[in-house]
Write a protein that binds this ligand. Structure first.
Ligand code: UDX
Length: 428
């Protein structure tokens, strides 16, 4: 099938490469000419395991271009996968979606199915209908569907090929869009959930909200277990064995980050306030996350009262297997440590410190240089490379004995056996 995907970001590119590998002919559009040039040279502009390799395999079925008009004209199916970043008030910025509609509406002269992949507030697809009507496009010439993605960075390809569900939101009376999407996704084994447009839009927010809630819940319990000398990992294990709860997303630590959870929860909060709905859990989930770093920083200050000492931070990215530092909890952690006066040094296997933070911390190309002479070693990202460290060598290289485990990946007893002081939350 001839398919046009607008947006060569995280979602759009993973979708394009996957659909091309399934045998569809894909035109993947992005306004950023630089990115298009990189993609045409086989270079993926962000780190996602397996994507470059699959692109290589599917190369003959995919074209990268900035020409929206030509691509829309020659495609019957158009996926919109552009960004919807948070605005200052928390609401989702839909200007990229509207700009795409402006670029393409004159090409809707034969029947098109427009599928919204971007995360958008409930009611957006309805507004898209209104917008296209205002622009003079006949509603008989197109159908709109909401088909949100649930991809995890670092596992995006796996999630695209093995989704736990595929959610499709359609208009009442639309009998063609679901079979069309099912034929596009033929070859992918998945459970379909069919709902109305706003239903699909809201499912995406509810999914992320629930996962973020699990993380904030366990972080709150970690605060309690800290006071009662109880290991939070025992609690996560025990409650996770209850199938009604499930073991995933119960890892306590410095909190969640990334391009989705913080943005989507803020957007949902904006909507809830606007509609005057009382939803106290939503605010609490964010408040716990926003204050989680403080608990660690207070413990560091207590153990390291000389505020000019060198501290080594392992990890900049919001989680492992990505180079994405958007809303990473490592950023406020570094900012707080630098503001206190500590001499902050950082290492990350993929993430790069942003220019505006270079005065706050020094990034090193190796773990050894970062740790050298430090008084305290702090784990901020759970990269597999950090799981088992040569503690004897680290002790020799360091100038102090404090180890802060912000992800609960280290064995406290083992670390203490080297003479270190292990600092965590909910880790007696
Ligand atoms: C998330 C959703 O999982 C995905 O379905 C959606 O489409 C986009 O947002 P992603 O942002 O890639 O995906 O990250 P995810 O793996 O969900 O982790 C989010 C954050 O939560 C990370 O900072 C991670 O370190 C943190 N986390 C996760 C915890 O602190 N504890 C956990 O138990 C799990």
């Amino acid at each position: 099938m001839n398919i046009c995907v607008i947006g060569a970001g995280y979602v759009g590119l993973t979708l394009s490469v996957t659909l091309a590998s399934l045998g569809h002919y894909i035109q993947c559009i992005d306004k950023d000419n630089n990115k298009i040039q990189q993609l045409n040279n086989g270079f993926i502009p962000f780190y996602e395991p397996g994507l470059a390799e699959l692109l290589e395999v599917a190369r003959k079925n995919i074209v990268f271009t900035s020409n929206t008009v030509e691509a829309v004209k020659s495609s019957a199916v158009i996926f919109i996968a552009v960004g919807t970043p948070a605005q200052d008030d928390g609401s989702a910025d839909l200007s990229f979606i509207y700009s795409v509609l402006h670029d393409m509406y004159q090409e809707i002269t034969t029947f098109k199915t427009i599928i919204i992949k971007s995360t958008v507030p409930p009611g957006t697809c309805e507004q898209i209908y209104q917008k296209l009507t205002e622009l003079g496009v006949s509603p008989h010439l197109y159908a709109i569907a909401s088909n949100p993605e649930f991809l995890r960075e670092g596992k995006a390809l796996y999630d695209m090929l093995h989704p736990d569900k595929t959610v499709i939101g359609i208009n009442d009376g639309d009998t063609t869009t679901v079979p069309l999407l099912q034929s596009i996704y033929a070859g992918i084994n998945t459970a379909y959930v069919i709902t109305n447009l706003a239903g699909a839009e809201l499912i995406k927010y509810a999914n992320n909200y629930f996962l973020a809630t699990k993380i904030s819940f366990i972080n709150e319990i970690a605060r309690v277990s800290d006071k009662y000398q109880v290991d939070i990992q025992h609690i996560s294990k025990a409650i996770g064995l209850d199938p009604r709860i499930g073991k995933e997303f119960l890892k306590a630590g410095i909190g969640y980050g990334g391009s989705c959870f913080p943005k989507d929860l803020r957007a949902l909060e904006y909507l809830i306030k606007k509609e005057q709905i009382n939803a106290p859990i939503l605010h609490a989930v964010q408040q716990i996350n926003d204050t989680q770093i403080n608990i660690y920083v207070e413990k560091i200050k207590k153990h390291l009262p000389h505020f000019s000492e060198k501290v080594a931070v392992l990890g900049l990215t919001f989680k492992a297997d990505t180079n994405d530092i958007r809303n990473s909890q490592s950023i406020p952690l570094i900012q707080q440590l630098a503001t206190i006066g500590y001499d902050v040094h950082v290492y990350d296997p993929k993430g790069v410190i942003p220019k505006n933070m270079e005065s706050l911390a020094t990034q090193h190309p190796s773990l050894a240089e970062t740790v050298e002479g430090s008084h305290c070693l702090i784990l901020a990202t759970d990269w597999p490379a950090f799981t088992s460290l040569p503690w004897q060598e680290i002790k020799k290289a360091m100038n102090g004995l404090f180890i802060v485990d912000g992800r609960n990946i280290w064995n406290k007893k083992e670390i203490e056996s080297y003479g270190f002081t292990y600092i965590g939350v909910g880790r007696p």
